[in-house]
Design a protein around this ligand. Structure first.
Ligand SMILES: Cc1cc2nc3c(=O)[nH]c(=O)nc-3n(C[C@H](O)[C@H](O)[C@H](O)COP(=O)(O)OP(=O)(O)OC[C@H]3O[C@@H](n4cnc5c(N)ncnc54)[C@H](O)[C@@H]3O)c2cc1C
Length: 507
């Protein structure tokens, strides 16, 4: 059923078995998956069915860190209406890699408390949700095997990225949720506070406000925050009535470990051999190849995960931001057999653009805090600081060098860089790395951990120390790989949907 919060009388309480806050990728997946259960569900959504500037303004905040493109980042990298940010996502889908889940000695704070195998069946199911071609690890291996690779060897390997139409969750799944007898979709309903018992160990209700000034409560046996990678943490921090530092924050982790995917164009590859191999890296039958750091490369060089996308551009190399013409990687290539020299620059079609997307490291000083300024509903606004460290810097620089060296070593191509190799440090926002920016992915602010001392939610997504409060979305990722997050968000939501009926039944 569809309910408009603006028609609900102030001071009233609406009781349900399960309350899901936010109707984006995570919230809609949960509601769809649970809609046939024999319990009542409230899907509480801030917006309506279309974009509204006044509601979107609730997302305004401030940022620190040039990779976050200034003041507009918080309000342009997400959307606050039914369907959430999937109303303008790009639809690129790929699960995290097995190594992304492991504790890596060279990546501080790494390691998920669950393994990749735990999510594998849900990745298969998630493929249907985002309407990509069927996905299993075996199918991925087959697709990679069946396409010629630009590079042999096991330092830079090819992996596939899958392309969703892109599925607009708000339009694609609206009808089935609104028509589900067990589900009430409550629109224009902004959760402004989570209310607990006196010990802070159980949630009683969420407080909901409309822009028109009405306020009411939604009670439930269990609650799920699915309000996005920033708002999930904002809601926990803002709910400081009992626990003064915010709910679930006994380990001081709420809002910390914020991660984005650093990405930027890096230059051009001159392909010396048969250009047909580039077909592997174009979108064909629902997926495209990426050149990626292998597990071996990450382990041996102590790097984060990273990938390269090859553009189909026939452009000649662009002028360097460092000034002058683009620089080849230098000695690494020159020492080899000067590949590419035979090819005259007029063979434009041999050039292909190259773009890097890397993993960010979990860093407790990259964090979201609440500032004094409030939004129209009286909630404190967000300040978000993203600090890229030495590990990201070294990963990007080193990955580029490995790619260039491998191209030269194997004779498959030659790399032309946009950046001066003298700029050893990828220094976010400073020339020549000014082009490094985040990919509009908000991750890590309510990280999953075995212990409340090191994170916010347990392996089921339940907030440590709060019996009936769960978090869904990329805020629970302890580390993030290079893959865009939504496919993993959906897999985790499907897994949570398996868990919740038992929670509701026992309550
Ligand atoms: C331009 C762009 C391109 C992208 N492309 C890709 C891509 O190709 N691949 C990929 O994997 N990811 C991509 N993303 C990221 C992707 O959109 C997000 O990962 C995904 O939408 C997150 O899902 P979510 O459900 O956690 O949050 P959202 O989809 O943001 O949904 C959160 C919902 O919660 C609601 N809400 C928020 N606060 C409250 C509140 N207090 N009370 C009630 N409701 C609330 C919001 O209105 C919204 O509907 C892209 C993002 C952008 C901006």
């Amino acid at each position: 059923m569809l309910i408009d919060a603006r028609d609900i009388a102030s001071g009233t309480t609406r009781p349900y078995d399960l309350c899901v806050v936010g109707a984006g990728a995570a919230g809609i997946t949960l509601a769809r998956r649970l809609r046939a259960e024999r319990f009542s569900i409230a899907l509480v959504e801030s917006g309506g069915f279309t974009f509204d500037p006044a509601t979107q303004d609730l997302y305004q905040g401030t940022t620190l860190g040039p990779g976050l493109s200034g003041a507009s980042y918080l309000s342009t990298s997400r959307l606050r209406f039914f369907g959430g940010t999937t109303n303008h996502w790009g639809g690129w889908c790929r699960p995290l890699d097995p190594l992304d889940f492991e504790t890596r000695a060279w990546v501080p704070h790494s390691g998920w408390p669950i393994g990749r195998a735990e999510l594998a069946p849900y990745f298969e199911e998630a493929a249907g949700v985002v309407q990509i071609v069927p996905f299993t690890d075996a199918l991925e291996a087959e697709r990679v095997r069946d396409s010629p690779s630009l590079l042999p060897g096991d330092l830079i390997v090819t992996k596939r990225m899958y392309t969703s139409p892109p599925t607009r969750f708000g339009t694609e799944y609206r009808k089935e949720i609104v028509e589900a007898p067990q589900v009430d979709v409550i629109l224009h309903a902004n959760v402004v506070r989570i209310e607990t018992n006196e010990a802070g160990s159980s949630v009683r209700a969420v407080r909901v406000a409309t822009l028109g000034g009405r306020q009411f409560s939604v009670t439930a046996k269990a609650f799920v925050l699915a309000a996005g990678g920033i708002e999930n943490a904002r809601l926990l921090l803002a709910s400081d009535g009992v626990q003064k530092s915010g709910l679930g924050n006994q380990g001081d982790a709420v809002g910390r470990y914020f991660m984005e995917h650093p990405e930027c164009p890096v230059g051009h590859i001159y392909v010396t051999g048969d250009r047909d191999v580039l077909e592997t890296y174009r979108t064909r039958r629902g997926s495209l190849g990426l050149l990626c750091l292998s597990d071996r490369a990450q382990r041996e060089h102590e790097l984060l995960n990273a990938s390269f996308q090859l553009g189909s551009s026939g452009d000649l190399p662009l002028p360097s931001e460092a000034g002058g013409v683009p620089l080849a990687i230098g000695p690494a290539i020159e020492a080899l057999d000067r590949v590419g020299e035979k090819g005259a620059p007029d063979e434009e079609r041999q050039y292909v653009g190259c773009y890097v997307r890397a993993e960010a490291a979990p860093n407790p000083t990259s964090r979201l805090t609440l500032v004094r300024e409030t939004d129209q509903l009286g909630m404190r606004r967000v300040n978000l600081a993203w600090r890229m460290g030495q590990l990201e810097s070294r990963t990007i620089q080193h990955a580029i060098e490995l790619l260039a060296t491998e191209l030269g070593r194997t004779g498959r191509g030659r790399m032309f860089l946009l950046y001066d190799r003298a700029a050893r440090e990828v220094s976010l926002g400073r020339p020549p790395w000014r082009g490094v920016h985040g990919g509009s992915h908000h991750m890590g602010t309510t990280r999953m951990s075995d212990s409340p001392k090191t994170g916010v939610v347990d392996t089921n997504g339940r907030v440590h120390g709060v019996a009936n409060l769960y978090v869904a979305g990329s805020s629970v990722f302890p580390t993030v790989g290079f893959a865009n997050p939504t496919f993993t968000i959906i897999a985790l939501a499907l897994r949570l949907a398996r868990h919740l009926p038992g929670v509701v039944a026992r309550a």
